[in-house]
Write a protein that binds this ligand. Structure first.
Ligand code: APR
Length: 316
């Protein structure tokens, strides 16, 4: 079997971690692209030189030339500015749209068969733009947000209940903004509803308050990291989250992961990219998993979708 090829556009904080994770998991050969001369070359040399210690054997190349992404199976985009304290993701739209325009053109020209995973913010708008410019089918242009938002939600639940993060399942839907929809009803510890466990621990009323606080913290979790770092935004967690998606695609695992997908009627949404559970395999998005939301969830979803629409329509 030929080796897979992964190209990473943007060699900053997330790009560097992505490259290291690809190497550690031997997902395939890796190209790291950035416009800054020396930066991707330096990072890839640094990662390559520890192959004998970490025992990975893949080709790692840093570049300033799009030609090097030729033949990519998966391209992950992190090019673009991160936020600073006090900024919302939406504040990045103007500057990052310009960057995404040039990046998408590079991908279209040199990696026309790739599946593209976008991480750059504001996520829902940047994925939309990337698909428009590349003209790739919707199943091949997707965004990473939900895997991370869900992991944050699951972490808070595990910490609150004093159980292993490995046994918590939780998912968020909707846009990657302050109105995202953490699915309270389906959060579980090995299948046992978290709502029930909180009620046992605190009683019904306080249990509900504790859950609401975790939902709130999930929605603001990216900002919490930005406020602490001061110079940029989260990078380990978005990198790991995108790698889970890339791995499912490269190995045709068909994992069900919350993914920013183009909706054509699913969940009552048409013509916009929004986070929903999707089956990720060798074709990219192979299926969008639908299920019935209750009235409260649907109302939150509608609010989140309205925010995505407002942002996306502002680019037109
Ligand atoms: N083409 C390619 N790379 C570019 C371009 C461009 N036109 N413009 C900027 N870059 C590169 C920068 O040189 C930098 O190395 O993008 C990289 C971004 O890296 P960081 O500033 O470290 O940002 P990072 O933390 O990696 O986040 C990247 O992901 O989560 C989002 O909000 C975050 O939009 C941000 C993106």
């Amino acid at each position: 079997m030929a080796r897979k090829k992964i190209s990473l556009i943007g060699g900053g904080q997330i790009g560097g971690v992505l490259a290291q994770l690809c190497a550690l998991r031997e997902l395939g050969d890796v190209v790291l692209f950035d416009i800054v001369e020396g930066l991707p070359q330096g990072k890839m040399l640094d990662i390559a030189e520890v192959g004998p210690v970490d025992r990975y054997d893949v080709d790692l190349k840093g570049t300033n030339s799009y030609e090097d992404i030729k033949g990519s199976d998966v391209v992950i985009v992190t090019a673009g500015l991160p936020r600073k304290p006090g900024m919302s993701r939406d504040d990045l739209i103007e500057v990052n749209s310009k960057i995404m325009t040039s990046v998408a053109e590079g991908i279209k020209t040199y990696a026309p068969n790739a599946i593209v995973i976008v991480i750059s913010n504001p996520l829902d708008a940047m994925v939309t733009l990337c698909q428009k410019i590349t003209g790739f089918p919707y199943n091949r242009v997707i965004g990473q947000a939900g895997v991370l938002d869900s992991a944050r939600f699951a972490s808070f639940i595990a910490w609150e209940l004093g159980v292993s993060v490995k046994d918590v399942t939780a998912m968020t839907l909707g846009g990657h903004g302050d109105d995202m929809v953490p699915l309270v009803r389906y959060a579980s510890v090995n299948g046992i509803p978290v709502v029930e466990l909180l009620e046992q621990k605190y009683g019904a009323e306080k249990g509900k308050e504790v859950m609401e606080a975790m939902v709130k913290r999930t929605r603001g979790a990216g900002g919490e990291v930005v406020a602490l770092l001061k110079t940029g935004s989260a990078f380990y967690s978005p990198a790991s989250s995108a790698i889970a998606m890339a791995e499912s695609i490269l190995k045709d695992q068909k994992r069900v992961l919350p993914t920013c997908c183009f909706l054509q009627g699913e969940f009552g949404v048409s013509g916009y990219y929004v986070g929903v559970p999707a089956v990720l395999g060798e074709k990219g998005v192979e299926n969008i998993i639908q299920f019935k939301l209750d009235a409260e969830e649907q109302a939150m979803m509608d609010k989140s979708v309205a925010a995505v629409k407002g942002l996306v329509d502002s680019m037109k």
